[in-house]
Design a protein around this ligand. Structure first.
Ligand SMILES: Cc1cc2nc3c(=O)[nH]c(=O)nc-3n(C[C@H](O)[C@H](O)[C@H](O)COP(=O)(O)OP(=O)(O)OC[C@H]3O[C@@H](n4cnc5c(N)ncnc54)[C@H](O)[C@@H]3O)c2cc1C
Length: 292
């Protein structure tokens, strides 16, 4: 994945290109047989344990794009979010300018409510199509979905098997392209582009007026290392695999940074990054991960 991985992911790694039916079938197959499974888009926000995942990793490549009407796009959840952002702005629509440079899929962006530069995925969503653990296909309307900062209702939805497609409704804008290019330029200057990272490790603490990256930097932790895992010198909320780092080193680094920030500022940082462990019976609610 984006941090680099050393051990193969276990059991099954089916991949589906433009085939939602087979994708849904695989989710249902796992659910019916109580096989733990996880949906992975690009894995760009995931930290996998070195020993892999004891279950089925479903790699989502449902990558269709339909133009329903001007500014309305129905997109497969495996479609590259970055590519979608570029396409929409090239066609003169605003709402997903921030997506360029985010190396995830549309499904991952909806699940994480990815965002940047004051925009977030939820703002552009019209409907989300999901498949439930008992194999039902449902269309959920934006007005019924409560999103928050890097939070989506999908993270706590117990009967969610997978997000299959998302329909975005965008507004015409002559300046969308210009904005998108400015965001991309800013990203290249402020983030460790080209390094092996999983994006922001921590959510920004709510209502503090200070970002997680600023707190880590003020704690003097830029460049701080555990083995080959390093707090980026460019952006302190990005942790880099500088060589042959493993999940143990990365977890230790995360724990140390949390402890130091807590000690210095009394603020408890919360992870944005998603942990996937070998014996986790994967639950959609991170706080309810069951260890078998
Ligand atoms: C260099 C870099 C820059 C980044 N910049 C940003 C940024 O600016 N803003 C931002 O918000 N994030 C950023 N990220 C983080 C990440 O790219 C986003 O969160 C992205 O949306 C994750 O998409 P993904 O497909 O890689 O999801 P994954 O990492 O594969 O999955 C993330 C979570 O979503 C779940 N999931 C994924 N797809 C589905 C699906 N179809 N159905 C159900 N669940 C699903 C997974 O099970 C997992 O729990 C960055 C990451 C990197 C490496």
């Amino acid at each position: 994945m984006y941090l680099g991985h050393r051990r193969p992911l276990q059991l099954l790694r089916p991949s589906f290109r433009s085939n939602p039916t087979r994708f849904c079938y695989s989710c249902r197959y796992c659910c019916e047989r109580c096989i733990p499974f996880i949906i992975v888009g690009n894995g760009s926000n995931c930290l996998f344990d070195d020993s892999g995942f004891e279950g089925c990793v479903i790699l989502n490549r449902i990558d269709f794009l339909e133009r329903i009407e001007p500014g309305v796009y129905r997109v497969g959840s495996g479609y590259q979010f970055n590519r979608l952002g570029v396409q929409c702005t090239n066609e003169g629509f605003s709402g997903l300018e921030f997506a360029s440079g985010i190396p995830g899929t549309v499904g991952g962006a909806a699940y994480m409510n990815a965002g940047a530069n004051g925009q977030e995925t939820a703002d552009a969503i019209d409907t989300v199509e999901i498949v439930t653990v008992d194999g039902r296909h449902q269309i959920l309307y934006r007005s019924d979905l409560a999103f928050g900062y890097r939070m989506s209702p999908f993270q706590a939805m117990q009967d969610l098997a997978a997000i299959v497609a998302v329909t975005f409704c965008l507004l015409p804008s002559a300046s969308a392209k210009e904005r998108q290019q400015a965001y991309l330029k800013k990203r290249r200057l402020s983030q460790p582009v080209g390094e092996r990272t999983a994006g922001s490790v921590f959510r920004n603490p709510p209502g503090m007026g200070i970002s997680a990256g600023e707190l880590i930097e003020k704690a003097g932790l830029k460049g701080f290392r555990v083995g080959s895992a390093e707090v980026s010198k460019v952006h302190a909320n990005f942790f880099i695999n500088t060589g042959s780092s493993n999940s143990r080193e990365m977890l230790e680094l995360i724990g140390l940074v949390k402890a130091k920030v807590k000690k210095k500022f009394g603020i408890q940082l919360q992870e944005e990054i998603q942990y996937v462990g070998p014996f986790c019976k994967y639950s959609r609610d991170k706080d309810k991960l069951e260890i078998c």
